[in-house]
Ligand binder design. Structure first.
Ligand code: SAM
Length: 301
């Protein structure tokens, strides 16, 4: 990676609403990257944060946060994103080792896995998100002359509409196995749109494919107005996550996949905190309590 971060790039599409949440994750990854006990390093994340006017006064090192790890947003929540990044990095690399060479990132946002991870040769990473988010990402990475470690294909699409032709038109091969990721995405979509995404993943995947996604228990999308994490996110950087989450009933996507023959396993983030020795643990009035990470596999014949 070369060059310095561009300042105040136009960020239409990423600078407001759900797009801004991609910058929140990038800021968290920036802080995680520079921790002594970092679980995931993303050298690109800071460049996105510095390029977006909306983040002008966000911290990029834990040392810049007055309460440090005690800060619900830049301490605990950022650590959550660091842990999630590491766990899903591991899932993707483990999955491609079994053969698939196509990776699809649903709601890719400012995910830089195509540039960060050591992919086996012949991998293609398809990044689906709204056009404005992908254009911002492209501008920042182009200014850095960043070189991907896999073939990287941006697929601008709204996942609430028909996105299949955009993906297949971008070169996705229906006959070959694939690995999919929906990280921090599904709870922003209306329930029927989530169901459509999961059904579509099933239709587009050959045997031997895998999918990981993050879900939230339904009750959590209506509760925790005064949880420290959501309150700090709203008050410190003006992102009201509970407002952005879809409030309708959530489908049982893991159950739907099992009914289609997939195997699934489900974990809490706290399971991985215990495994890695770093990350959030349960606390009272905890907005993370209902988060679930689901790993699904479509068996080979
Ligand atoms: N997965 C990325 C990561 O973890 O770094 C980004 C997570 S961010 C919280 C949510 C992303 O989902 C945003 O980039 C947003 O633009 C995208 N997104 C939300 N609704 C979408 C939709 N209907 N179509 C496409 N992308 C969407």
């Amino acid at each position: 990676m070369t060059g310095t971060a561009p300042q105040h790039t136009d960020v239409e599409g990423v600078d407001g609403g759900v797009g801004l949440t991609a910058l929140l994750v990038a800021a968290a990854r920036t802080i995680e990257t520079h921790r002594d006990d970092s679980l995931a390093r993303d050298a690109y994340a800071e460049h996105f944060v510095r390029a977006a006017p909306a983040c002008a006064d966000w911290p990029v090192r834990i040392e810049q946060v007055p309460d440090g790890d005690g800060d619900p947003l830049w301490g605990r929540f950022a650590r959550y994103f660091g842990l999630r990044t590491r766990v899903l990095d591991d899932f993707l690399l483990r999955s491609v080792r079994t053969g698939p060479r196509q990776v699809v990132l649903l709601g890719a946002g400012l995910d830089t896995r195509a540039l960060r991870l050591n992919w086996p040769s012949g991998c293609t990473v398809f990044e689906i998100d709204r056009a404005g988010v992908l254009e911002f990402k492209h501008r920042v990475l182009t200014d850095l002359a960043a070189i991907p470690k896999a073939k990287r294909v941006a697929v601008p699409a709204d996942l609430r509409t028909d996105w299949v032709s955009a993906l297949t038109g971008a070169g996705f091969d229906l006959a070959a196995p694939s690995v999919w990721l929906a990280e921090g995405l599904l709870f922003y979509l209306p329930g029927p749109a989530e169901t459509h995404v999961i059904d579509t993943v099933d239709k587009l995947t050959a045997k031997g494919s895998a999918l990981a996604f993050e879900a939230k228990l339904e009750k959590d999308l209506l509760a925790y107005h005064d949880s420290p994490i959501y309150t700090a996110t709203r008050e410190q950087i003006g992102i009201d996550l509970l407002h952005l989450f879809d409030k309708g009933p959530r489908p049982d996507s893991a159950g739907a996949l099992r009914a289609k023959g997939w195997s699934t396993s489900m974990y809490t983030p706290f399971d991985f905190t215990r495994r890695h020795g770093h990350g959030p643990l349960p606390e009272p009035n905890d907005a993370l309590e209902g988060n679930r990470w689901v790993f699904a596999h479509k068996p080979r014949p």
